[in-house]
Write a protein that binds this ligand. Sequence first.
Ligand code: RUB
Length: 267
Amino acid sequence: MQKKKEFNQILKDIKSIKIQGARNIAKKALYAYSLIPTKESKKKLLLSRPTEPMMENVLDLVKKQSYEEIRKHFDMAQEKINKEVLKLIKNKEVIFTHCHSTNVTNALIYAKKKGKNFEVYNTETRPLFQGRKTAKELRKVGIKVTMFVDSALGVALSKEQGTKKANKVLLGADALLKEGIINKIGSEIVAQVAKNNKIPVYIVADSWKFTKKKVPREQRELTEVWDAAPKNIKIRNPAFEFVPKKYLKAIISELGYLTYSNFLRKV
Ligand code: RUB
């Protein structure tokens, strides 16, 4: 009974975004599955956030590897990513990011701790404001952070109205596909505006987010956008979007710093 209660709580926390981001979701789903390792619980977990191939990959791996081996991968991959991002960031740079990605924030925190002096611009990420989580985590370790509303991303990236020009965009990913990546809604516009301003866009993501399967794009509750909206107003709340590989300068994963085509060859 205790295990069932814990499993259901994790499921609830994943659905409500209390546990968010591909990596945290995959880690927690693995733990939840270890409590009740049945086909049904796997199905429930996979349905809780449909745009998460890392969760599916990890739950599939249970057949071949021990829980301990799988768990170790998350930290090993993050350590390699951290070292690559450290090489990428130069002193005095402005790094732009969107939403909250642990692969991105952990790497930025590592770079700061290793003495890199840079600042971060980020977007609040409506409707659930994951950008605030990013801003708080980075500020806590002394990184200078400036947060913008999502619709100000053009200003944030392009040296207008007193902002500096961002030097690099670092985005996380939920899914790595043959044609590009899927990440939080807004990511494609970020990549387009960055390209127009000649700012390189890097994906910072564990290679276990790669899948050959078709990935559904999660549509979330409409009340997240407008609680008690008038009934005759139609609302859509897409959580994720596709970013074509043509916008990406490189991907940083535990396989190293690679162009997207080279990453696809290696993965
Ligand atoms: C989070 C999001 C993150 C990726 C990568 O969306 O889009 O950029 O999941 O995160 P949500 P990580 O808040 O809806 O889950 O690097 O932590 O795997």
